[in-house]
Design a protein around this ligand. Sequence first.
Ligand SMILES: *Cc1c(COP(=O)(O)O)cnc(C)c1O
Length: 356
Amino acid sequence: MRPARALIDLDALRHNYRLARQFHGGQAFAVVKANAYGHGALACALALRGEADGYAVAFIDEALALRAGGIAAPILLLEGVFDTAELLEAARQWLWVAVHHPAQVEMIERTSLPAPLRVWIKVNSGMNRAGFSPDAVRTIWKRLIVDGKVKDCGFMTHFARADEPDAEATAEQIRTFDAATRSLPGERSLANSGAILAWPDSHRDWARPGIMLYGADPIPGEGHGLLPVMTLASEIVAVRELAPGDPLGYGARFVAQRRTRVGLVAMGYADGYPRTAPDHVPVAVDGQIASLIGRVSMDMLTVDLTDLPEAGIGSAVELWGKQVSVNRVAQSAGTISYELLCNVKRVDFAWENGEG
Ligand SMILES: *Cc1c(COP(=O)(O)O)cnc(C)c1O
């Protein structure tokens, strides 16, 4: 069997969820959208069952998969609903619905619902991507609660620069949100992972931790005690020797400067390892740090084993996980941990420590 695997440590996930709630106080939606950032949404949600106050997903299909898998806790749809059929289903399944643009308000006004709806009004406090402008919030709130269809109405916003501890922009967004919602009743939710860790002023009733649950610190180097959840692993499947001057792989990007022992690893960009990773990104082989050399192919990549004479066919390879941080790989490849984790596919998944 091809040895490419993603090992998901559900104990680490629970540890990170507890840490998020401890940093923030109050309650926390475990954000499990996009298949739990590539970690397996249902497996992750079940591992947090009895512990998570609620979950958050992007859209209703993701929520219905969790309900079908036995998740009874609140589930928030971060993008809300896209049509009336989804609105009816959301009410039936007791899903919590974000409302971020006027068409969603009109949809609620003209639809008779099978059950009272819980909504979260999304305030555009400065990111300018989704949400109502601050001066519209009070009117939207009145329209939603006037006829009794909406049972509970909370207020949320999202930060553009929460992972930059010094960005005045976040303090400004908090002030804008507070002014827009002043004296309106209802729960508040502001903080994603970056704000949970760096912006205590944003901590209110509900946190929305995503990336930190999976152990990738959005504010690297801060040592918050997060544990990596995914280990992307494979094995050395072949070894060859290059003489000085020999090229390696597509485009001959790497050319040997010395006698070089090359290990071939069953892992490529079709599995989610980034093709943009340059030479010398760290790769752990049998627990020791080696370097990627040569361009990443669709199904394979190559590592320098010259200084690891013990390593050979069958040696364990960690592309990221507890020894090589996914943040390090992402930074080298010109992207963020979020994208790398979401992109893992085709490999064999195994979930460990499922029972809490
Ligand atoms: C994805 C998302 C989150 C989680 O963000 P992280 O940076 O991963 O913690 C929180 N809130 C909203 C609205 C989101 O879309």
